[in-house]
Design a protein around this ligand. Structure first.
Ligand code: AMP
Length: 282
């Protein structure tokens, strides 16, 4: 087991990667905010299939958090993360920059993606996708990877990153990876660690409710009725508030009149003070 080297600056990262590139290696990138779990590790394994060398970035990105959100309390566990990546294998380099490295004094640029950014998460976290798009663009420009992998766990984010990469003409192949779940079906998330035992039990109902929405749709229930039933079921399961349960076009996230083509049911709700998101192919 070799621990992947940790680099903290874009300059050193570029020097290391230039040497790798000279050997003809394909480079893959897995952007994360750390507090790694098996979902993140699955992204590394998937990236490995598309690249000879894999960089995992670990950076809690301040610009995607609103002032009232959990930036300060977001878990930061770099040593444990490095041990997990070493034990799992497949990671060659960890890029763990400081906030000042990514956002130097005077930073004044913001990337706004339209299209799939509209609605859903943006209705509740209007700052979010500009923060994501800006940091993802910066990471892609720092690493210049041949491939970069993003989880379907953050389905809207995956579509936004695809749009960003296509619109800016970036030379990176964007790869989507399936959601890794706990044994009760709860989608793995760094935020699950903050759940109290009773909240954890309630959280496990979200995937059950999404499956029920899909079953309702397949049984012929109109989309709007199935969405309302999903919201009601989440509240009945113990979620304190529901931001949305929506059935959308799987490629554009536009609202659908009927279930003709590929669709995705997406949901966001709060259990205790923790906001959870999940989604499934419908
Ligand atoms: P995060 O550290 O939460 O920003 O996530 C980093 C990457 O891991 C994103 O592309 C996420 O979509 C992905 N990811 C997070 N949780 C999971 C999961 N349970 N299964 C698959 N991918 C995940």
């Amino acid at each position: 087991m070799t621990t992947p080297q940790i680099v903290n600056t874009i300059g050193l990262l570029r020097t290391r990667l230039a040497a790798v590139r000279r050997e003809g290696a394909r480079i893959g990138l897995v952007p994360t905010m750390g507090a790694l779990h098996d979902g993140h590790l699955s992204l590394v394994q998937k990236t490995r299939k598309h690249a000879d060398k894999v960089v995992v970035s670990i950076f809690v990105n301040p610009t995607q958090f609103a002032p009232h959100e959990d930036f300060d309390s977001y878990p930061r566990t770099l040593d444990a993360d490095a041990r997990k990546l070493a034990a799992a294998g497949g990671t060659d380099l960890i890029f763990a920059p400081s906030v000042g490295e990514m956002y130097p004094q005077g930073f004044a640029t913001r990337i706004e993606v339209g299209g799939p950014s509209r609605g859903l998460e943006t209705d509740f976290r209007p700052h979010f996708f500009a923060g994501v798009a800006t940091i993802v663009a910066k990471l892609l420009l720092a690493v210049m990877p041949d491939a970069a992998t993003f989880g379907e766990k953050d389905y809207q984010q995956l579509l936004v990153v695809r749009r960003l990469s296509a619109d800016l003409g970036l030379a990176t192949e964007i790869i989507g990876a399936p959601i890794i779940r706990e044994s009760d079906g709860l989608a793995m998330s760094s935020r699950n660690a903050t759940l109290k035992p009773d909240e954890r039990r309630i959280a496990g109902q979200m995937n059950v409710v999404l499956k029920r929405v899909i079953a309702d749709l397949r049984g012929g229930m109109p989309i709007a009725t199935a969405e309302e039933a999903g919201k009601r079921d989440l509240l009945e399961a113990g979620f304190v508030s529901v931001d949305y349960v929506a059935v959308r076009d799987a490629n554009s996230l536009e609202p659908l009149g009927s279930l003709a083509g590929p669709a995705r049911v997406v949901a966001a709700a709060k259990v205790g003070s923790t906001r959870l998101i999940d989604n499934m192919a419908a």
